[in-house]
Design a protein around this ligand. Structure first.
Ligand code: ASP
Length: 344
């Protein structure tokens, strides 16, 4: 009798454990990762086949790194940091090495990283000597009570916490420098267009090149990271949308993780990243629906650019209203990443 009772209890316990295991594996989408390398006038006419190949292979390498880390069980926040670091190290993108030049011929970078699990977030703005600005953003998130630090004192803090220093010459890429000279020359010839506004916007070969990464990890957590040199010829200590929570970067386990790229002023005014999340949270829209509605709003504002996003189920979006956007993604179900540059 007593033995019978024990056996029944043991069977029930086994059932319970099995149920728990089933619920856990059912409620989390294994993993998904999406990246962007900037949006803009990216057309076949503007890019040589060699360049296209180079960019696609850099995008693929970044997605693969993220997928490997995710499948190894790394957390969302660790993965977005590592992937953005890799892209910052590439001179092909406007972030870290290869950042664009401001009006004074200097490179000033912005970056932000956000953990959807607890809404913890860190950002650096206008930094010039952090080899990897995203590492600085992570240090702000993890080692201060603050959300955003700027300029020299941000650099000092991050370096004191172990971020790597880099001299200005490390970031220099000649094509970026030449592009600034072109823009300055044109600005001289266009009186009244000198406020750091849209003087450069219609440049045929313009590619913004900001980088971003969003992921959902095996544990169901979301994270987002964005890093940029901003806009060529930016002035007066201008800060863009990338380091601003809810504008260029946002992540919440309640909705999605988003990273934006484009003319930052529009993304700040339209709180684009947070709008997508809010539409999901308050209006119960899907990621796809929320992305479409927000892109329409951006377009109506005459803003240009795009964004990437992922939700807790592993749905992904890559949306833009420019000719192209460097982008790529993969999920645990896919054999190899998809990477694209043009509008098709
Ligand atoms: N959004 C960035 C900024 O305005 C630039 C970009 O994405 O290309 O600083």
């Amino acid at each position: 009798m007593f033995l019978n009772g024990l056996i029944k209890l043991e069977t029930m316990r086994t059932y319970l454990i099995m149920c728990c295991l089933f619920v856990c594996s059912w409620s989390f989408a294994d993993y998904a990762i999406v990246i962007h390398g900037g949006a803009g006038t990216i057309t076949r006419k503007n890019i040589t086949p060699e360049k296209e190949k180079e960019i696609k292979s850099a995008l693929e390498e970044a997605v693969k790194l993220g997928a490997q880390l995710l499948s190894d069980g790394k957390t969302a926040i660790e993965v977005v940091e590592k992937v953005v670091m890799l892209m910052e190290d590439s001179p092909l993108f406007n972030a870290g090495k290869g950042a664009v030049f401001n009006h004074e011929g200097k490179q000033e970078m912005d970056a932000c990283i956000m953990d959807g699990k607890d809404l913890s977030v860190g950002a650096v703005a206008g930094v010039a000597h952090l080899k990897n600005p995203i590492v600085g953003a992570r240090l702000v998130k993890d080692s201060t009570r603050h959300v955003m630090l700027s300029g020299k004192r941000a650099e000092g803090f991050c370096i004191s916490k172990g971020a790597e220093y880099a001299d200005s010459s490390y970031f220099f890429v000649k094509s970026r420098w030449d592009y600034l000279q072109k823009v300055l020359e044109r600005e001289k010839n266009q009186s009244g267009q000198n406020d750091g506004g849209a003087a450069y916007m219609d440049e045929g070969t313009l590619k913004y090149g900001t980088v971003g990464c969003v992921v959902v990890d095996k544990y169901g957590n979301l994270a987002a990271a964005t890093s940029t040199g901003g806009l060529t010829n930016k002035k007066y200590g201008r800060i863009g949308d990338s380091p601003i929570v809810g504008a260029g970067t946002y992540a919440s386990n309640k909705s999605c993780a988003i990273s934006c790229t484009g003319t930052g002023e529009f993304f700040i005014r339209g709180t684009i990243a947070r709008d997508i999340a809010a539409l999901m949270e308050y209006k119960n829209l899907s990621l796809e629906e929320a992305g479409k509605e927000t892109l329409q709003k951006l377009t109506e504002m005459k803003g240009d650019g795009g964004f990437i996003g992922v939700d807790g189920k592993g749905n992904v979006i890559m949306m833009f209203n420019t000719e192209g956007m460097y982008r790529g993604y993969t999920t645990h179900e896919m054999e190899k990443p998809v990477v694209k540059v043009y509008g098709d």
